[in-house]
Design a protein around this ligand. Structure first.
Ligand code: NAD
Length: 269
């Protein structure tokens, strides 16, 4: 086992990472930032997202573990005061893991540029940053609707509790192998019409977003933002790759959702 540690800049995270290094050293577990088999992030969901993109090339050969130094996160199972327990679990590791779906994004450009491929853990969001986005949305090559509005977002099941939820999308259990397409402030009136509700797309279906205006667009891939003025279309599908987490402990998904969004409630009759 080779372990990499990725911590965010917060003082608490840095202290936690230093202590983790000391414990791993004492347990004779190799630290290796370049070729890890296990990546431990210390911080929050954002730190895990950053580490995912950092190790994307080797994502099939790496298992992630999230230590959180704030609230229980969606990608972080361990608390900063549980490091000894975590190192004990690493010592007894038998390769146990759980995997979740990822989103594949293929970008086509107006000019001669070759297509670009990206993978997202939470979601991809496309927005026209100049005026109303007009886009033909096709599913499996068949025109479904002409969308008009601020933009569109496609999320993975684990990303469904992120930006997708703020857009009014459904929270999807990560064992469901599907993507969710969501509208951002669509225009729906007697002239223009799109579905107006989130859609769950089947695992083998490709959604194509044909951008009808030569404008400037912003593409968000998780926490990364890029601007383009030569975008032609996007193709969105479930990725063949999946993210793997070392599953030494299991936090029930709906408990995590409750903990994050609802909190303790009085059991009233
Ligand atoms: P950030 O790092 O400031 O994160 C924003 C919040 O989203 C944090 O509280 C984070 O814990 C939470 N978050 C991240 N992934 C989540 C997930 N899968 N489920 C539930 N909560 C999650 O923001 P950023 O770096 O700009 O973007 C990171 C992610 O944050 C994005 O991929 C997006 O899903 C989410 N986000 C949400 C909104 C929103 O709800 N309006 C806005 C921006 C970003």
């Amino acid at each position: 086992m080779r372990v990499a540690i990725i911590a965010n800049d917060a003082e608490k995270s840095r202290v936690t990472a230093t202590e983790l290094k000391r414990l791993l050293d004492a347990a004779d577990i190799e630290l290796n930032q370049e070729r890890p088999t296990v990546v431990i992030t210390v911080g929050g969901d954002g730190t895990l997202l950053g580490a995912f993109h950092q190790y994307l090339e080797m994502v099939e050969h790496v298992r992630f573990i999230g230590v959180h130094t704030g609230h229980l996160g969606f990608y972080t199972d361990w608390r900063n005061y549980e490091l000894e327990l975590l190192v004990e679990s690493l010592k007894k590791d038998t390769g146990q893991s759980v995997s979740y779906p990822l989103l594949d994004v293929c970008i086509h450009f107006n000019d001669e540029l070759a297509d670009a491929h990206h993978v997202a853990l939470n979601e991809a969001t496309i927005r026209n940053i100049e005026r109303t986005m007009v886009a033909k949305v096709s599913i499996e090559g068949e025109c479904f609707e002409m969308y008009r509005g601020d933009g569109l977002s496609m999320s993975t099941p684990t990303g469904s509790t992120g930006y997708n939820k703020s857009l009014g999308g459904a929270v999807v259990h990560p064992r469901v192998n599907a993507l969710q397409l969501n509208e951002i402030a669509s225009i729906n009136n007697r002239v223009y019409r799109s579905l107006g509700s989130p859609m769950i797309v089947a695992p083998n279906e490709k959604v194509t977003i044909d951008l009808k205006r030569d404008d400037r667009y912003q593409l968000h891939l998780d926490h990364y933002v890029r601007s383009y003025d030569n975008l032609s279309s996007l193709e969105l599908t479930l990725s063949k790759k999946r993210i793997h987490f070392a599953s030494y402990r299991h936090t029930h998904f709906w408990r995590r959702v409750n903990d994050s969004f609802i909190g303790k409630i009085k059991d009233e009759d």
